[in-house]
Design a protein around this ligand. Structure first.
Ligand SMILES: Cc1ncc(COP(=O)(O)O)c(C=O)c1O
Length: 439
């Protein structure tokens, strides 16, 4: 049965009040937008969100991905509650971080040493610093449509227009596109941008610029653009080119890590990076992130040659929450990932079917645990394919779904959790069928 949503009056009132104190009435720009205003929520539990107007949603946003085990996962909340009275920050070490590091090393195939932080964006900075220190080279290569956090050194060409770029020669960096006013152009002086999923581009670039390239960073599954999988042989080819040119390979597994498999995309796809950025799913909603990687690179931070700091790193709450999540994934991995794949596939196929029945040209792409829906494009293999997607239609669908009690990210990315049930999936398909009819 569809959970018809009433009004958003409470959210509208609170948003007006918030806007007096918070720019845009929000605390992250990614929360701007929504049905009429950014919604205000009362609580979240399992696969559901409850807003201040008493509306209930099946949630496929999951806090932008972290709630892999569902909202308020019992193991993590119990572990956190148990430690609350014992203090949070020692400006020193505690036992739980050793065990957490051990679990990361156990689960993530390329991990030998681990440093912890609070957010993906900051661990990307550590990856860049280590890569430059390890190679003695300045340049970081990132790829069109990949997102590596909001800091000046990484925020470039996340959704470029590419208009001015069509005459670019093979393997030459594409024109950098700065998404935000106020960004430091200097901070991007040693960052080059290339099209992804194209070995010829990368090979030609490294033939010319390999000697000054410290690292490539990529989402090994491009979750931030349409959930694009690497072409067969692409990651293997990238690995080979990196080895040939002495360039470090950094996988940003902030979304794919612990989500697409216990060991992330590198386990699923069988190609190992030198450094891996992890965040989101490892904390079950609590703020925790990690950089994991090869011993000889990570050790540069261990003797102080590369600086990594952070007052709140391995605070007790984040650490024990992550420990509970990773223990659960290690213990129940086969069931959890099996269910995610089965339910996610059912949802993807069901969405395609109900859209086709109503003549709606919906394109569904990705994996069960994370996939994307969009319009006006087909078989998207790169950001360049995706930029022709129909954003207006996308917005209309997401609003129609919200009105029917289903919440999806504004980019059309759907995250599944271990808490979603078969009943949630069927209810979502019913809501989607109704929404497609209304579009
Ligand atoms: C692939 C990827 N890398 C990095 C980040 C930045 O992580 P955070 O928002 O925790 O700073 C994100 C955030 O969505 C992401 O999706």
């Amino acid at each position: 049965m569809i959970d018809a949503v009433g009004n958003h009056e409470g959210s509208e009132t609170l948003h007006a009040e918030a806007a007096e104190l918070l720019p845009g009435g929000v605390s992250s720009n990614f929360r701007l937008g929504g049905p009429s205003v950014p919604l205000f929520f009362e609580r979240a539990e399992g696969s559901h969100l409850y807003d201040v107007d008493g509306n209930r949603y099946v949630d496929y946003v999951l806090g932008m991905g972290p709630a892999l085990l569902g909202h308020a996962p019992a193991d993590a909340t119990a572990a956190v509650a148990e430690t609350l009275a014992r203090g949070q920050l020692f400006a020193g070490q505690h036992r739980a971080e050793i065990e957490l590091a051990r679990l990361v090393v156990e689960l993530v195939p390329s991990a030998e040493l681990v440093r912890f932080g609070l957010a993906g964006s900051e661990m990307v900075q550590l990856a860049f610093r280590l890569a430059r220190a390890a190679t003695g080279r300045p340049t970081i290569v990132k790829f069109e449509g990949h997102y590596h956090g909001w800091y000046d050194t990484a925020l470039v060409s996340t959704a470029p227009t590419l208009d001015e770029d069509e005459s670019r020669a093979l393997g030459e960096p594409s024109a950098p596109h700065l998404p935000s006013m106020g960004q430091s152009v200097a901070a991007l002086a040693d960052v080059d941008v290339l099209p992804w999923n194209d070995l010829d581009e990368l090979g030609a670039y490294l033939d010319r610029h390999g000697e000054s390239t410290a690292a490539l960073i990529m989402e090994p599954i491009l979750c931030n653009t349409c959930v694009i999988l690497p072409r067969p042989g692409y990651l293997e080819g990238v690995r080979e080119l990196c080895d040939r040119h002495g360039v470090l390979l950094v996988f940003d597994e902030v979304i794919s890590g612990f989500r697409v498999a216990g060991g992330g995309a590198q386990e699923l796809l069988g190609v190992l990076p030198d450094l891996t950025v992890l965040a989101k799913s490892m904390g079950g909603g609590f703020p925790v992130a990690a950089l994991a990687g090869r011993r000889e690179v990570m050790e540069l931070a261990g003797d102080g040659r590369v600086l990594h700091g952070g007052t709140y790193n391995t605070n007790v709450v984040s650490t024990v929450a992550a420990l509970a999540v990773l223990r659960k994934l290690r213990a129940d991995g086969p069931t959890i990932y099996g269910d995610l794949a089965r339910r996610g596939t059912r949802l993807m196929e069901g969405l395609s079917e109900v859209a086709a029945e109503r003549g709606v040209p919906l394109h569904v792409q990705g994996l069960g645990a994370v996939f994307n829906t969009c319009f006006g494009v087909d078989d998207v293999q790169s950001y360049r394919d995706y930029r022709h997607a129909d954003a207006d239609r996308q917005r209309a669908l997401l609003r129609a779904l919200i009105d029917r009690g289903v919440r999806v990210t504004t980019r059309g990315t759907w995250f599944l959790s271990a808490a979603h049930t078969d009943a949630d999936i069927e209810q979502t398909l019913e809501a989607a069928a109704d929404a497609f009819g209304a579009l």
